[in-house]
Write a protein that binds this ligand. Structure first.
Ligand code: ADE
Ligand code: ZN
Length: 334
């Protein structure tokens, strides 16, 4: 791989911790917890990663979650992600966590949060990677269920920077979650939401106006609406794009059609992210490599993608300056 991409300092803002669950670790934890997966081998599981759309993927993703029982399991999952993040020169990361994928199976909220948080702390100590956690609601479930999760999170308030919204987009529009977003805002959370991945541009408008989001996850379909593109630019809205995810879930059929370069040229605050790297064939380096090749990105483009991420992330000012200084050093290199 291109050395420029490997050495580029990175900030990851769209990563589902459950989507970083590599099959080898999934089988290992399943075995230790005496939970059988509906696949006999790692290879058989990997062969199933052939998705036609978002729902195809989500069905397998939720199945994988079933082996996570103990705090140690959540710790191991999270620490494994950070090991990959380190290899990919990620300096700061903001991680989605779907509590309902676990509490609905009878796992205590605190079991999952404590495991994840302890791994985040150890990763900062051992790798120098800073991180934040985002409490994400499953949009195929009811708003009342999301409110229950927000209530559970009260005892762990300091552990989360923001709330988010993920899972099956079409048919589960932003207005379904207007009330819980208002409640979370009153409690001081920042707000993000997946929108315009499979859902229409209207879902992006509604995420802006009804959910009052601070950052937009995906947002690909904004390309269909010029007024919306102008609005996103005017608001300096961060967009967390996920190139390999988009290819795997058929949001784009060819990487050469990915909108990230056009959005960058329009002056939007776009960023590169891996979404669910264990399922979509790559972590940050692979995502950068795929778009750099397909869209002929320049060194200046790569610089802008990380500087956008620094701007729209929620790291401390000290850490933002630290990453920016690494980025400037990178710019001066060969
Ligand atoms: N959950 C995990 N990955 C997701 C994605 N790309 N879109 C919606 N929900 C998700
Ligand atoms: Zn996502």
């Amino acid at each position: 791989m291109n050395n420029l991409i490997k050495t580029l300092p990175k900030v990851e803002l769209h990563l589902h911790i459950e989507g970083s669950f590599e099959p080898e670790l999934m089988f290992k934890i399943g075995k230790r917890n005496n939970i059988e997966l509906p696949y006999k081998t790692v290879e058989e599981l990997r062969e199933a990663y052939n998705f036609s759309n978002l729902q195809d993927f989500l069905d397998i993703y939720y199945t994988g979650c079933n082996v996570l029982i103990h705090e140690q399991d959540f710790y191991d999952l999270t620490y494994a992600y950070f090991t990959k993040a380190k290899e990919n020169n990620v300096m700061h990361t903001e991680i989605f966590f779907d509590p309902q994928s676990h509490t609905d199976r009878g796992i205590a909220f605190g079991t999952a949060v404590n495991g994840i948080r302890n791994a985040m702390k150890d990763a900062e100590k051992n790798f120098g990677i800073t991180s934040q956690l985002i409490l994400s609601f499953l949009r195929h479930l009811s708003e009342d269920a999301a409110i229950e999760i927000l209530e559970m999170a009260k005892d762990y308030k300091d552990e989360f920077i923001a709330i988010g919204l993920d899972s099956s987009e079409v048919g589960n529009p932003p207005q379904k979650f207007e009330k819980v977003y208002k409640m979370a805002a009153e409690q001081g959370y920042k707000k993000v939401a997946h929108a315009g991945e499979e859902g229409p541009a209207d879902y992006i408008w509604d995420s802006l106006s009804l959910l009052n989001i601070d950052r937009l996850d995906h947002g690909n379909r904004a390309m269909e609406d010029e007024k919306l593109l102008a609005e996103l630019k005017e608001r300096k809205m961060g967009l967390t794009l996920c190139p390999l995810s988009n290819l795997k879930l058929k949001v784009v059929t060819d990487m050469r059609d990915h909108p990230i370069k056009k959005m960058l040229n329009l002056g939007l605050k776009v960023t590169v992210n891996s979404d669910d790297p264990a399922y979509f064939g790559g972590y940050m380096n692979d995502n950068f490599a795929a778009i750099t090749e397909a869209l002929s990105l320049s060194k200046e483009d790569l610089f802008k993608l990380t500087s956008n991420a620094i701007e729209v992330c929620w790291a401390s000012e000290i850490q933002k300056n630290n990453i920016l200084s690494e980025l400037n050093k990178w710019k001066m290199m060969g």
